[in-house]
Design a protein around this ligand. Structure first.
Ligand SMILES: [Zn+2]
Ligand SMILES: [Zn+2]
Length: 377
């Protein structure tokens, strides 16, 4: 867009003439701060002013430009239709500030806070019509294929992707769009009796922590956590895990994670060959292994073992709009507790990505926008 466009634009309400956008302009390099005209909504679109945006491991894969899919093979972002410049950031909490002429928005909703559902599908294929837009073959997610939340304002194609956050703890609200939703949808795939059987969580970063809180709220009374870092195992116990162990220690799993209770389901937030095989080996007959983490690689599983133990091996990728609604209802109703959250200003997005890459953060990092508080007295 030329600068002349900016001159001709007429902005209503609080929409700004220009805004800062942190963009991935090439793989394996820091995000660049670009000044550009603020977006204007057309048709059914709405504009959200970003208040908070969570930083996700997916952003690191996007910055790197590929996923490791095993052997020497790489799944590149070009395969996924993703080409720089990209505005990352898909855990967005913000204020609705403008709506296009065809957007079904009640004027009273302008100025209110919403959580953005980012996993947007084509809306017309059989998968989308079944409610699973996140699995649409033509998914165009906010913060991946569409511009995301590492900027001051963004376009959301329709207000149906906005979720009311009234009654939701604002410290963690943004994280429900990806880490919370991913954990919730994965737990929903687990087998077993939550009251009497154990659920195992492999990997206790931001996702594992969300999963523990959500699983407890859903009635899972026996949760075993595996993580190689002692600090994270301590956090797990503080947050209410029944047992913890170090998966790198061959004897430890036997002592603390093979209690009288059988493990009915394992949620793998690491997703390496090692974590997958460990988890599968520990499941009881009829158990479910849910792969979520994108560490990458491949695994070899005994087909006879799979059949005789009647195991289910399933993948889980983010979650549907309905599941996000269910998660928010759960958070509103019973409350989910707050996992460790670290806030950093949006202008430090590159430092935040580095902290996440190095595993330096205790939990989730949420970037906060420097929203001008002119409205305040
Ligand atoms: Zn994410
Ligand atoms: Zn679709």
């Amino acid at each position: 867009m030329s600068e002349g466009d900016g001159e001709r634009r007429k902005h209503e309400g609080t929409a700004k003439r220009a805004m800062k956008s942190y963009q991935l302009t090439g793989f394996n390099r820091p995000l660049e701060c670009v000044e550009q005209p603020a977006p204007e909504p057309k048709g059914s679109e709405v504009v959200i002013e970003v208040m908070q945006c969570g930083v996700c491991h997916t952003d690191l894969h996007l910055c790197r430009g590929y996923y490791d899919v095993g052997g020497d093979k790489k799944f590149t972002l070009a395969d996924r239709g993703v080409h720089p410049p990209i505005v990352l950031g898909h855990e967005i909490l913000g204020k609705l500030i403008a709506a296009g002429p065809d957007a079904p928005v009640d004027p009273a909703q302008i100025g209110r806070d919403f959580l953005v559902y980012p996993w947007i599908g084509c809306g017309t294929c059989a998968i989308c019509r079944s409610g699973q837009e996140n699995l649409c073959p033509d998914v165009a997610a906010i913060g991946i294929q569409r511009p995301g939340g590492y900027q001051e304002q963004l376009i959301v194609p329709h207000p149906r992707y906005l979720f009311d956050v009234e009654g939701i703890n604002p410290v963690v609200a943004a994280t429900y769009a990806c880490s919370g939703l991913t954990a919730y949808a994965a737990i929903r795939k687990c087998s077993g009796d939550p009251a009497t059987e154990a659920l195992m969580i492999m990997g206790f970063g931001g996702l594992g922590q969300s999963a523990l809180l959500i699983a407890k709220a859903l009635g899972h009374a026996h949760i075993v956590v595996a993580d190689t870092l002692e600090e994270r195992r301590t956090i797990a116990l503080e947050m209410g895990a029944s047992a913890v162990f170090d998966p790198a220690d061959p004897g430890a799993g036997q002592d603390s994670a093979s209690p009288a209770r059988p493990i009915a389901a394992a949620l793998d937030f690491v997703g390496s060959e090692e974590s997958a095989l460990n988890a599968i080996a520990m499941l009881r007959r009829g158990g479910t292994y849910v792969a979520v983490g994108l560490f990458g690689g491949e695994m070899k599983v005994s087909l006879v073992g799979l059949i005789v133990k009647a195991l289910s091996i399933v993948g889980s990728y983010v979650g549907s709009p309905q599941e996000l609604g269910e998660l928010l209802d759960l958070a509103r109703g019973r409350g989910l507790g707050v996992p460790p959250v670290e806030t950093m200003p949006m202008s430090e997005v590159n430092q935040a990505l580095q902290r996440l890459a190095k595993g330096e953060s205790r939990g989730r990092i949420v970037l906060t926008a420097a929203v001008p508080d002119k409205a305040k007295p």
